[in-house]
Design a protein around this ligand. Structure first.
Ligand code: 3PY
Ligand code: MG
Length: 252
C-alpha cells in the first residue's frame, strides 16, 4: 500500500478530482487523464456507498491514492471506510479540537487511537493482517476538513491534535457559514482561507482544498497548497460534451 501520509509530508503537489458517480470506468478514465488522487464523496453522493467505493478503489489502486470522504465523523463510518483499504479519509466539518481528537481515536490503531480491528480488504482479507496493523497509522492519512468559521477559529487547537495528518478546506461550506454562500472569489473568504494556510505552514501540516476549476487550482498551488481536488467526474463529462457542441455550433 502506498504511503499517502508521507507523500503529503513531502509537500509536492498532488492533483486529484472528486468522484460522485458509481462508475469504476469513469474513475479509470480520469486516472488515464493523469489525476493522481481521487476524492470519493460519500458525504454527498447518493450513488456511492462503501461497496461501490471499494469497487472503484480496486481499479484505481495502487497507481493512485484513493481517499474516502465519510458522511460524518461517527465511529461506524470511519472504521468501515478505513477497512476498505483507502489511502486516507476526509472527515467533513471538523470544528473543534475535541472533535478532531475523537476522529483520531476512531481512525488510528492503538496506542495513538482506538480503531477497531477487523478483517476486510484493507488487510487483504487477512492475508497481510499483521503488516497492515503495523503500518496503517503511518501510511493512512487522516484529513480534517475545515469548512466552518468555528473550525477556522479553532484551527491552532485542531492542528495540535496528534494524528491529524492534513487539513482540507471546503470553500463552499465555509462561504456559507460566513454569509457569502458560493462566492468563492470574495476577499473575506480568501482572507479566512489564508488564516488556515498560515496556521498549517507554521505547524508544518499539509494543506488541501477543493477547487471548482483549473484557474482556481493554479492560484492555490501558487500559494503553497499541495493537496488539490479540482473539478468532478460530472463536471468533466459536461465540459467535454459542451466544448464539442460549442465548436460545432460555432461552425454552423
Ligand atoms: C465544500 O466546499 O464545502 C466542500 O466540501 C468541497 O470539498
Ligand atoms: Mg463541504
Amino acid at each position: 500500500m502506498r504511503n499517502l501520509r508521507r507523500r503529503l509530508e513531502s509537500r509536492e503537489v498532488l492533483l486529484g478530482t472528486l468522484i460522485t458517480w458509481d462508475s469504476p470506468e469513469v474513475a479509470l478514465t480520469l486516472q488515464k487523464a493523469g489525476f493522481s488522487w481521487f476524492f470519493l464523496d460519500l458525504e454527498h453522493s447518493a450513488l456511492l456507498d462503501l461497496k461501490s467505493a471499494q469497487r472503484i478503489m480496486e481499479v484505481l489502486q495502487p497507481a493512485s491514492y484513493v481517499v474516502i470522504r465519510v458522511p460524518d465523523d461517527s465511529e461506524t463510518w470511519i472504521k468501515h471506510a478505513l477497512d476498505t483499504g483507502c489511502n486516507g479519509i476526509i472527515v467533513p466539518h471538523v470544528s473543534t479540537a475535541q472533535q478532531a481528537q475523537s476522529v483520531v481515536e476512531r481512525a488510528k490503531y492503538p496506542p495513538l487511537g482506538k480503531r477497531s480491528i477487523g478483517i476486510a480488504r484493507a488487510h487483504g482479507y487477512g492475508t497481510h493482517f499483521a503488516k497492515y496493523l503495523q503500518e496503517a497509522n503511518d501510511r493512512v492519512a487522516v484529513i480534517a476538513q475545515i469548512e466552518d468559521t468555528e473550525g477556522v477559529n479553532n484551527i491552532h487547537d485542531i492542528l495540535d491534535v496528534r494524528g491529524i495528518d492534513a487539513v482540507f478546506i471546503g470553500p463552499y461550506d465555509l462561504s456559507g457559514t460566513m454569509g457569502i454562500l458560493g462566492d468563492l472569489a470574495h476577499p473575506l473568504l480568501t482572507e479566512v482561507i489564508g488564516r488556515v494556510r498560515t496556521a498549517c505552514e507554521e505547524r508544518k501540516v499539509p494543506l488541501g482544498i477543493f477547487c471548482p476549476n483549473a484557474a482556481a487550482a493554479r492560484k492555490e498551488i501558487d500559494r503553497g497548497v499541495m493537496l488539490i481536488a479540482v473539478g468532478s467526474d460530472a463536471g468533466y463529462t459536461f465540459a467535454g460534451g459542451a466544448a464539442a457542441l460549442s465548436e460545432l455550433h460555432h461552425r454552423d
